[in-house]
Design a protein around this ligand. Structure first.
Ligand code: AMP
Ligand code: MG
Length: 309
């Protein structure tokens, strides 16, 4: 695909490029280039103790980053890659400390977006944190990346991302799978493929979280986010509702009881609310949809909880 050539060139010259994935837009840099990685942290304003996910285009490349890939990880890779599942595994010595934030593990995934796959095939492994300034919602459209980094920033435009929330992050411990960050691929699916016990560790609020990103409050819109029943409506609030009889009002958004749809548009709504100057984002509780969309429910609640208050 020749339209990717200028972007591939930027990566090869040590630069950074925003690229679409099925989850959110990523900020790509050569996973073996310390200066390019430094540029990623500076561009995002990301704390250096928050590790990066390495994005690959084929499973073979994982061997350059990981000592031994456990059989169960191989099974899951076969099942879910390319896709929104990130594996945290013991790293090889050569993997840069700036990628892993000095940890003994490295996070890996193969995204399924065709443009991402084609791009990484041409560049080689890329680190790919979300392409937003730290503290802003992850970008789900090329426009979001432009908002944060300017119109001239190199972006591969792949339209709106399908999933809209970041990948599920998992690790392995004593025959258990640990979910460090919930995403589209949930505990039920991981269990049915492996038969293993699944432990969810992302709700821990202790000081030494398994997944360093847990301690940072990402995704915070300027508008005050609330998650509770709606009794009255006002004009300075954006309402996110399962179903609504008020849909004729611009500030009332209805996702028709579809948590997949809400996941896809959540970050875009957060950004919109700030542009339009809403003071509040009022999310109508959707606990009744939990059993229908267990993984999306967990992922949404995890992101929403970080924005409350
Ligand atoms: P982002 O790229 O911003 O979506 O975030 C990547 C997240 O992946 C980090 O914030 C961590 O939570 C997680 N992660 C990356 N590398 C590791 C690792 N070695 N161990 C645990 N979690 C990791
Ligand atoms: Mg991020």
């Amino acid at each position: 695909m020749s339209d990717l050539a200028p972007f591939v060139k930027i990566i090869h010259e040590g630069g950074i490029v925003a690229f679409p994935t099925e989850t959110v837009y990523g900020l790509g840099a050569d996973a073996w280039d310390p200066e390019a990685i430094q540029r990623i942290f500076e561009t995002k304003g990301r704390p250096s103790d928050n590790p990066l996910i390495v994005h690959l285009s084929n499973v073979k490349e994982a061997e350059d980053f990981v000592e031994v890939i456990p059989e169960v990880a191989k099974l899951l890779m076969k099942h879910f890659w390319p896709g929104p599942l990130t594996f945290v595994l013991p790293k090889k010595r050569e993997v840069l400390d700036s990628v892993t934030a000095g940890l003994s593990t490295v996070a890996l995934r193969i995204p399924s977006h065709p443009k991402a796959l084609e791009f990484i095939k041409q560049t080689g492994p890329l680190v790919g944190p979300s392409a937003n300034r730290s503290g802003k919602p992850s970008p789900t459209k090329a426009e979001h990346v432009k908002e944060d980094f300017g119109d001239d920033f190199p972006i591969i435009d792949g339209g709106s991302t399908k999933v809209g929330l970041e990948s599920t992050v998992i690790g392995f411990q004593d025959d258990h799978i640990i979910i460090m960050r919930p995403g589209k691929i949930g505990a039920d699916e991981l269990k049915s493929v492996t038969g293993l016990k699944i432990i969810e560790e992302y709700t821990n609020n202790d000081d030494t979280p398994k997944s360093p990103g847990q301690k940072y409050s990402h995704y915070k819109p300027q508008a005050h986010v609330v998650y509770k029943g709606i009794s009255t409506f006002n004009d300075h609030t954006m309402y996110l509702m399962q179903s609504a009889s008020h849909v004729y009002q611009d500030n009332v958004i209805c996702y028709n009881g579809d948590l997949k749809q809400l996941s896809k548009e959540l970050y875009d709504r957060f950004r919109q609310a700030d542009h339009l100057g809403y003071k509040h984002i009022h999310i109508e509780p959707f606990d009744d949809l939990r059993s229908r969309y267990p993984a999306y429910y967990e992922a949404l609640m995890n992101r929403i909880q970080k924005t409350l208050g």
